[in-house]
Design a protein around this ligand. Sequence first.
Ligand code: FE2
Length: 250
Amino acid sequence: MQASSDTVTALRARLERAEREAAAHQRQLERYAADLRESYRRERARAQQLRRSYKATVRALSNAVEARDAYTGKHAERVAAYGLAIARAAGIDVADEPQLEFGFLLHDIGKVGVPDAILFKPAALNADEFSCIASHAEIGSQILRHVDFLDEATLIVRHHHERWDGSGYPDRLKGEQIPLAARVFAVADALDALTTDRPYRDAVAWDQARAEIRKGSGSQFDPSVVAAYDTIGDDTFERLSDGVRGSAGR
Ligand SMILES: [Fe+2]
């Protein structure tokens, strides 16, 4: 009888020890989980801060390019806003693709390599002058080629003048050979060019711009991107344009 009571006592003691150990393990696991959550929170905050710094740097570069051309004003910011809206409509998760906005903002950075006399020439360009201006796509991608965080944005910079039918530049890419972001950019760029005054012509209304862009579907533009653009109302683009104007000087 005594023997079996000793066994029960020993078993109970072992059980209690096991329970204490399990509770200690659980507390340790909870501490690990809390540490992990804290590291994740800190990493996230750091990543967000880094992303804000990247964006501020890209904006500064983009503004430096645009400061030279008083006429186009906030062209890059408007194109970026239109482009992101069209990209969203085309099913691209723009929150996960910061490169998209960076590429849109920096598309014309290569114009720093084009002399003023050619860039702002009011008369028609001869073939040499045109090829000098056209070189801005390649110059831009060269300027950015060693900036790691602009990896994919550089593709937009290089290919923003390619055309769906293969008659664009610099690489005469055709159809889906052209990076999707550059195809989205082409529509956004045309929309801004058409709806703002330029030295050689006045701005047209939003609905006229839409008619022009539809005309270019399948030749200049990717038809699926034009279809995505067509799901967005003119009022949205007008609001985006006003938003960019409103943010000027802030
Ligand atoms: Fe350009």
